[in-house]
Design a protein around this ligand. Structure first.
Ligand SMILES: C[C@@](CO)(OP(=O)(O)O)[C@H](O)COP(=O)(O)OP(=O)(O)OC[C@H]1O[C@@H](n2ccc(N)nc2=O)[C@H](O)[C@@H]1O
Ligand SMILES: Nc1ncnc2c1ncn2[C@@H]1O[C@H](COP(=O)(O)OP(=O)(O)O)[C@@H](O)[C@H]1O
Length: 283
């Protein structure tokens, strides 16, 4: 058995906007969203085992190892490929959980990409994206590897070019359950953005909307409070189904200044917007 650990990043994402444009028969919502990777990551370390076992060496508090998305991703690839090899997994979490930053999904995508390489299972990126979709609607974009305009339930992806930017990301300290928020959104209709080109909307931060934000702000006053605080500096937005809120800035200096003012009261970080996933072209 080999004990050599390979280390891989799993970056967070922001939804620079999120429109809900319909609902599927199975209850999933049809979205229009822009995913941007940011330079703030978990780290996944993997070691190939020849006994076929998948072992998470440091389970997350409150998440059963078998439910952890890294373990589920490894098992899925193992079952699909009938690969006799296993893996030991070490996970260093930095991305807050349930924050709308896609941490769990990104961890899963990194495991699929990395084990496909280490186990030599030779699946294409498209095949891995399809596998990832079984684990969560957010997983495919991390395998796609480029900032993307997503439609469908978030799995139909088109590369999008985004300007350099820095982000102040604040965690309001509450955990927002994604499924419940979509349920509460229920009958609300689409916003006036319908028909306006996404590229036009992206030009300024003022035009960007997250359809889930009013629902979350209503249920979680802490989210509303952070939005109000950040409004002093620009046009903040919630990411995904929350709870994190971000403000796009043109420079690191500007972002650092805003974060400094916020950090007396709130937890968060400053991160650079990436042009692509750090593993694109590597595995
Ligand atoms: C809202 C978004 C936006 O990027 O991000 P997060 O806030 O979770 O990061 C995603 O669409 C979330 O993706 P993900 O977190 O992978 O969700 P999943 O596990 O697939 O779904 C959780 C639940 O949310 C609901 N759901 C999810 C996605 C979608 N397009 N429509 C839905 O109605 C479903 O009820 C589903 O059971
Ligand atoms: N490796 C993992 N990292 C984070 N969360 C995980 C992981 N595996 C399973 N989960 C579960 O997924 C939930 C959503 O986590 P995450 O993807 O970080 O948030 P979000 O979907 O809001 O971006 C967590 O609350 C946790 O119960």
């Amino acid at each position: 058995m080999t004990h050599y650990f390979h280390s891989y990043p799993a970056p967070a994402k922001l939804n620079l906007l999120l429109h809900i444009v319909g609902k599927r028969a199975d209850g999933y919502h049809l979205l229009e969203t822009v995913f941007r990777f940011i330079d703030f990551s978990d780290t996944v370390e993997l070691s190939v085992r020849d006994d076929g076992q998948i072992v998470l060496l440091n389970p997350i508090d409150g998440v059963e190892p078998e439910q952890d998305l890294t373990v589920r991703a490894a098992r899925l690839l193992q079952q699909r490929s009938a690969c006799p090899l296993g893996a030991s997994i070490r996970l260093s979490k930095r991305i807050p959980m349930g924050g709308g930053l896609g941490g769990g999904s990104s961890d899963a995508a990194t495991v699929l990409l990395a084990l496909n390489h280490l186990w030599q299972t030779h699946y294409s990126r498209e095949q891995l994206m399809e596998m990832g979709l079984q684990l969560g609607a957010d997983v495919p974009v991390f395998i796609f590897g480029k900032n993307a305009l997503a439609t469908g339930i978030g799995e139909k992806l088109n590369e999008i070019n985004l300007k350099p930017a820095w982000y102040v990301v604040i965690h309001p300290g509450v955990h927002v359950p994604t499924a419940e928020i979509f349920k509460k959104f229920a009958g609300r209709v689409l916003t006036e953005e319908g028909g306006i080109s996404i590229m036009r909307i992206l030009e300024t931060t003022q035009q960007r909307r997250n359809a889930l934000q009013p629902v979350v702000s209503e249920l979680y006053p802490a989210v509303n409070e952070v939005l109000s605080e950040l409004k002093k500096y620009g046009s903040p937005l919630m990411t995904g189904s929350g709870a994190c809120v971000f403000l796009e800035c043109q420079s690191k200096e500007e972002a650092d200044k805003v974060y400094q003012a916020m950090s007396a009261k709130y937890k968060g970080f400053v991160a650079e917007g990436l042009n692509s996933h750090p593993l694109l072209d590597i595995v």
